[in-house]
Design a protein around this ligand. Sequence first.
Ligand code: ZN
Length: 69
Amino acid sequence: MDTTTMRATTAGRARRRPKTYGGDRICGHGVCETKLSRYNRNEYCFQHAPARFPRMRGEFTEEYMAKNS
Ligand SMILES: [Zn+2]
C-alpha cells in the first residue's frame, strides 16, 4: 500500500466542502412554506420550481389530453 498516495487523496477530499446555500430558506412561492434544502440551489421547492418541460399541473386540459393520450 502506498501511504503517500493515501494521504494526498484524503487531504484533497477534506478541503473540498460541499457548496451550500444557507440554512433556513423556504420556497420563494408566496404562500408556500416548504423548507428548502441547503443543497438545493433553486429558489423554490420542487413543486413550484419552474418546469423545464411541460408537465402536469393538477388539471388536465382537453388539449393536453389530446396530445398525450
Ligand atoms: Zn413551494
